[in-house]
Design a protein around this ligand. Structure first.
Ligand SMILES: [Zn+2]
Length: 320
């Protein structure tokens, strides 16, 4: 069947209109709307021994260079990013939420940002359900720390309580006390300024569900908390071991796929205690390289899984 000129023009016009509508939907989705989540949902599964790991994308977090790397000039930062093969104008970090299924536990590690923190984030909730998970089946939620991109997704916007009604909510006691301190607003800066008030409000909403644990605690067989303070005072990572396999779900110990590895001593803007964060970064890099433990990085490029190798005077991140 041939298409005459009028029909072809009609097809082209419709295609353009559809493309325009899709672009509009994507822009609306950029504020955490449903349409954007549909367009970019991503789920990745792999195994660590008998444990099943699922990574779910919450979106992309964009930070200005001057905020991300306050100790160097944006030009210097740009140069390192470009040499690492990344766009050099800003930091565009993935946000990778993990679910660990082991034994009878289904453990969610961090929750994404929800819809209120930053354009481009907040896609986790929809992607989680499209991936076949039900909120009721999560038995534990572990917060590596209480920054908005890790904690704010815990709240169900429809009923102002937790999204995961059957889960024990786990946080380090140091982290909880930090965010409930009267001076917290003064301790966060830049795009995280809103974190003080917003996080306090959300912690209040889930307070009855929270269980305080310490670094070193095992929260399920083969799943334990590793103290990694500095980014925030109570920051913990999650170490999964099963049948000889291991994985570090790092939270924000290592936040940039080039700079955290090649320039681990550079200050990362959102770090609350820069000196402690650098020390923890170096210790973690050393451990991951020596023990050959893969990293699932909350902000590494999708899906966030990689290995750490020594390179020149520092390290290199190798996506798996
Ligand atoms: Zn983060």
């Amino acid at each position: 069947m041939s298409i005459n000129a009028t029909d072809r023009l009609d097809l082209l016009t419709r295609r353009r209109l559809l493309a325009g509508a899709a672009a509009g939907a994507a822009m609306a989705g950029g504020r955490g709307g449903r349409a954007g989540a549909e367009a970019s949902a991503t789920v990745h599964k792999f195994a660590v021994g008998a444990a099943e790991i699922t990574v779910i994308a919450d979106g992309i977090m964009t930070l200005p260079l001057a905020f991300a790397f306050p100790a160097v000039t944006p030009a210097e930062a740009s140069q390192v990013l470009a040499a690492g093969g990344l766009p050099d104008g800003a930091v565009n970090n993935a946000v990778n939420v993990a679910i660990v299924k082991t034994g009878t536990d289904v453990i969610l590690i961090d929750t994404g940002a929800g819809g209120d923190f930053m354009p481009g984030l907040g896609k986790f909730g929809d992607a989680f359900e499209r991936a076949g998970f039900k909120p009721e089946e999560i038995t534990k939620v572990v917060f590596t720390h209480a920054h908005p991109d890790h904690l704010w997704g815990i709240i169900d916007p429809l009923d102002d309580g937790t999204r995961f009604p059957n889960a024990q909510h786990i946080m380090s006691a140091i982290e909880f006390d930090t965010w409930n301190a009267p001076d917290i607003e003064a301790r966060v800066s830049g795009p995280f300024k809103a974190a003080g008030v917003g996080t306090k409000r959300r912690l209040k909403l889930i307070a009855e569900r929270l269980t305080m644990r310490r670094a070193g605690d095992e929260i399920a067989p083969g799943v334990s908390l590793l103290g990694t303070p500095g980014h925030t005072p109570g920051h913990v990572s999650v170490l999964v071991t099963s049948n000889g396999g291991a994985l570090l779900i790092g939270g924000d110990v290592l936040t940039h796929s080039v700079v955290s590895f090649q320039k681990p001593a550079w200050i990362w803007g959102p770090d609350m205690d820069a000196a402690a964060a650098v020390a923890t970064r170096l210790r973690t890099l050393d451990m991951l390289a020596n023990d050959r433990i893969p990293l699932l990085g909350y902000h590494m490029p999708w899906p966030g899984l990689g290995r750490v190798e020594r390179a020149a005077a520092a390290y290199r991140y190798l996506p798996v």
